[in-house]
Design a protein around this ligand. Structure first.
Ligand SMILES: Cc1ncc(COP(=O)(O)O)c(C=O)c1O
Length: 389
């Protein structure tokens, strides 16, 4: 039997895996997945599902329910649109994943307008207000934390703008913020908040988690042809019967159950603060080198933030390497030293690299990575050949 996480709250392994998702999964959570698979309508499964159903709402900061779908986060994005938007939707775009919302809406034949902001910038609530005054929309989509650019948008203000200017639903992708940054589903009036298991919650990939407001449920009820797997109301009904709509990824549900106990033991606010601390430490490293406060700067060269100051994500830092250094080379050389970071995403692929400091990462994990990064930048700038793999 694996001891529950309350008895071993800290992951014991050093973390060297800093992708922007999927993230490092603690050993006991991985072990939890080796528990026998059971029928999903059995009492044993229902017991675990009930526990998860109690533990998820505090993570989403809602007094309502949180539903579990087997699939990745994109399934929940598509399901949210299918279920709640008949025709017209406004997509707020400032990076690759907010553009995905737009693609999803268009692929479903919706009349989707884009309010396009530059990559690296947050969504501007005033521009949202203006767009809503120009045209009426049934829903507005927004990505809280743009994983492609390392930008956190002011979700509370964006949601307030939507609420004050219109009756549009607020559909939120909180994929890489949930569990790592404040997401206040109820207080901010968010209609659908969706996330995946594999980011700041530090559970293996395979489950999408989402909320559905009463207002959004009413809109869904009025919509025909919501599909089967994409019908948010069907998830709600199944949840109220104590389970999932179809056979879930049972082993990932075991992992989620185990990891939610750790999240609860840490406390959601402490978890947000830990992530904020990791982002600050990374910013301190970057700024030290740029401003020459750190002696090694001349040797190591500075990386700079690709994301706008004041909007930097607590869960992922998106950086540009110093002049003359190719981002993919930084990623490759770090891998040679045993560290995995994420490359750039989409149109920023060649120019940036990303440090995912989310999930279970501690400052004691981040320090060796930043030291390795100093070493890598030094080696590239001084044309030190790479060690053969
Ligand atoms: C902000 C954001 N939205 C959506 C997705 C898509 O998630 P999934 O691969 O779980 O469908 C990602 C994945 O990285 C993401 O970071």
């Amino acid at each position: 039997m694996v001891p529950p996480p309350s008895e071993r709250p800290e992951p014991v392994e050093p973390i060297r895996f800093f992708l922007a998702g999927p993230t490092y999964v603690p050993e006991d959570v991985r072990e939890a997945m080796t528990a026998p698979v059971v029928a999903h309508r059995s009492a044993a499964f229902r017991e675990v599902y009930a526990r998860i159903s109690r533990r998820l709402p505090p993570v989403f900061r809602t007094a309502g329910e949180v539903y579990v779908a087997t699939g990745s986060s994109t399934l929940a994005m598509e399901a949210a649109v299918v279920s709640t938007v008949g025709e017209r939707v406004l997509n707020l775009t400032n990076g690759a994943f907010s553009e995905r919302w737009h693609e999803v809406c268009r692929s479903l034949g919706r009349d989707a307008d884009r309010l396009e902001l530059p990559w690296g910038e947050p969504v501007d609530p005033d521009l949202v207000r203006e767009a809503l005054r120009r045209r009426r929309y049934e829903a507005v989509t927004v990505v809280h934390n743009e994983t492609s650019t390392g930008v956190l948008s002011p979700l509370a203000e964006v949601a307030r703008a939507v609420r004050e200017e219109s009756d549009a639903l607020v559909l939120v992708d909180a994929v890489s913020s949930l569990g790592g940054a404040p997401v206040e589903t109820d207080a901010w009036g968010l209609d659908v908040v969706l996330a995946g298991s594999q980011k700041a919650l530090a559970v293996p990939p395979g489950l999408a988690l989402f909320t559905l407001s009463e207002r959004a449920a009413e809109r869904a009820r009025a919509r025909p042809h919501r599909g089967f797997y994409t019908d948010l109301l069907r998830y709600r009904d199944a949840h109220r019967r104590g389970g999932t709509i179809t056979t879930p990824a049972v082993s990932v549900v075991w992992a989620l159950d185990r990891q939610l106990a750790r999240v609860e033991a840490e406390g959601i606010e402490a978890r947000w603060a830990r992530h904020e601390g990791l982002a600050s430490r990374t910013a301190h490293w970057v700024e030290g080198r740029v401003e020459g406060r750190v002696e090694r700067r001349v040797e190591a060269g500075g990386a700079t933030f690709a994301s706008a100051a004041g909007a930097r994500s607590p869960t992922v830092s998106c950086l540009r390497p110093p002049e003359g250094v190719a981002a993919p080379e930084v990623v490759r050389r770090l891998a040679g030293r045993g560290y995995t970071v994420a490359g750039g995403y989409g149109r920023w692929k060649a120019d940036t690299f990303r440090i995912g400091h989310m999930g279970e990462v501690r400052e004691s994990d981040l320090e060796p990575l930043l030291a390795a990064l100093d070493g890598v930048l030094h080696d590239v700038l001084h044309e030190v050949p790479e060690e053969p793999a």
